[in-house]
Design a protein around this ligand. Structure first.
Ligand code: CO
Length: 210
């Protein structure tokens, strides 16, 4: 059997099991999608959103990219964000990084990564903002892990800077923003920051005509 054929076989077994437990499972899911959460996570195969949070299909709207970034020129992210906030009306947006993130590790080197340079440069900016603290950490692994936490904080801040989030904050007092970090070593998610709807930002980032 070819490796990909195993996936299709496992899929059939999964679908069968679901229907045996609950005959209406798929017909119910097919008609309605009302997730309360938007998850912005890393593409890393070891950090699957549903599995590590014990959630089922239908419960989390998911966007993943290298190093869980919120980049204001990323049409993909913006489309997901706009749809999740305006149409699905999610209550919470979670940015979830993970210790040992390869994207953050790569950004902390001076290697030319080709096309990825442009993406990773956003993480280099996070390092520039927090250089004093990060340079004070001696262990390389701890340095990366602290950068992962700081990066999550910056990406939560980037969400708050969008007019999509600010408009929903102003008119509907949601969504609440959360920054989490998943630890690959023990499987535990640790919250690192939170921005409840309506949190004050520096004036320059706040739009006054939403
Ligand atoms: Co990663």
């Amino acid at each position: 059997m070819k490796p990909y054929e195993k996936l299709l076989l496992a899929n059939k077994a999964w679908a069968n099991e679901k229907v045996q437990d609950d005959p209406e499972y798929f017909s119910r899911l097919a008609h309605i999608q009302t997730p309360k959460f938007l998850w912005i996570g890393c593409s890393d195969s070891r950090v699957p959103a549903n599995e590590i949070t014990g959630t089922q299909p239908g419960e989390i709207f998911v966007h993943r990219n290298v190093a869980n970034m919120v980049v204001h020129t990323d049409l993909n992210l913006l489309t997901v964000l706009d749809y999740a906030v305006r149409a699905l009306k999610v209550e919470h947006i979670i940015v979830c990084g993970h210790h040992g993130c390869g994207g953050v590790r790569a950004a902390m080197t001076q290697h030319d990564m080709g096309i990825a340079n442009k993406w990773l440069r956003n993480i280099k900016d996070v390092y520039r903002f927090h250089r004093q603290e990060v340079d004070g950490i001696i262990s390389d692994d701890q340095k990366i892990d602290r950068m992962v936490e700081l990066n999550v904080q910056e990406q939560v801040m980037n969400l708050a800077k969008t007019s999509v989030v600010q408009r929903a904050w102003k008119h509907e007092q949601r969504p609440h923003l959360h920054g989490w970090v998943y630890d690959l070593k023990d499987g535990i998610i640790n919250p690192v920051c939170e921005m409840p709807a309506g949190t004050d930002l520096q004036d320059i980032y706040e739009y006054d005509d939403l």
